[in-house]
Design a binder for this molecule. Structure first.
Ligand SMILES: O=C(CO)COP(=O)(O)O
Length: 222
């Protein structure tokens, strides 16, 4: 398999803003270089440009809107995310849910702009629906475990397995990530052994006193 993918969503945690975002990005760059893992970050929109220009790690938007340039106010234009240096974007995160029609439109816009797409889902049925839209990744994250400190790999490995099977049945070219409560190398190893290509996570890295140590542990068993 390709190098495992660890995507750190900085959300709107205070700890992921400003100089802390730089600290997390620098830690990700160091650990990615050491380990060969691909470690990306999804910072706040206002930090896409500084992150993508200062660090040699892939940077992702947390959301895009299914709009084209023109008269829209307070939206996130996919073209703007692209020109800020993003490699790709999350779509339909549990904390930023969209209709299926909007998810489809976002995937189409992103594909047109050569932005990688990570469509987040909450169960195996929505994972299958997302796979039908041909994103690059489906990221299964059970909402009740997000930010809980309880790892999906340990608390609900069945949802990972069912989602991997559901996605493969619809489109075997779509990669699967998993997330919610991921915090250690063991969590990541379980997820990869169940057929995913990596993890999407937030709090264990963003809120850590030493993000570099947590990232090093996350990739330690791969
Ligand atoms: O929502 C998530 C990543 O997008 C998961 O968040 P936690 O890692 O904090 O559970």
């Amino acid at each position: 398999m390709d190098s495992p993918f660890v995507l750190v969503n900085l959300k709107t945690y205070q700890e992921g803003m400003g100089s802390n975002a730089h600290r997390i990005a620098a830690a990700a760059e160091t650990v990615a270089k050491e380990s060969g893992a691909v470690i990306g970050i999804a910072p706040a929109f206002t930090e896409l440009h500084p992150m993508s220009h200062h660090y040699a790690i892939p940077v992702y938007a947390q959301h895009i809107d299914a709009i084209t340039p023109g008269a829209h106010t307070g939206h996130i234009l996919p073209e703007a995310v692209r020109s800020a240096g993003a490699r790709g974007t999350l779509i339909n995160h549990s904390e930023r849910r969209l209709t299926l029609a909007d998810i489809g439109a976002c995937v189409e816009s992103a594909r047109r702009l050569h932005l990688e797409t990570v469509v987040c889902t909450n169960n195996d049925a929505t994972s299958a629906a997302a796979a039908a839209l041909r994103p690059d990744y489906v990221a299964i994250e059970p909402p009740e475990l997000i930010g809980s400190g309880v790892s999906v790999s340990k608390a609900d490995p069945g949802i990972i397995e069912r989602s991997v099977n559901a996605v493969r049945a619809v489109n075997p070219d779509v990669n699967v990530l998993t997330g919610a409560g991921i915090q250690s190398g063991e969590c990541v190893k379980i997820a990869v052994d169940l057929g995913t290509c990596g993890v999407l996570l937030a709090s264990s890295v963003v809120k850590a006193d030493d993000p570099e140590a947590v990232l090093r542990d996350l990739v330690s068993l791969l």
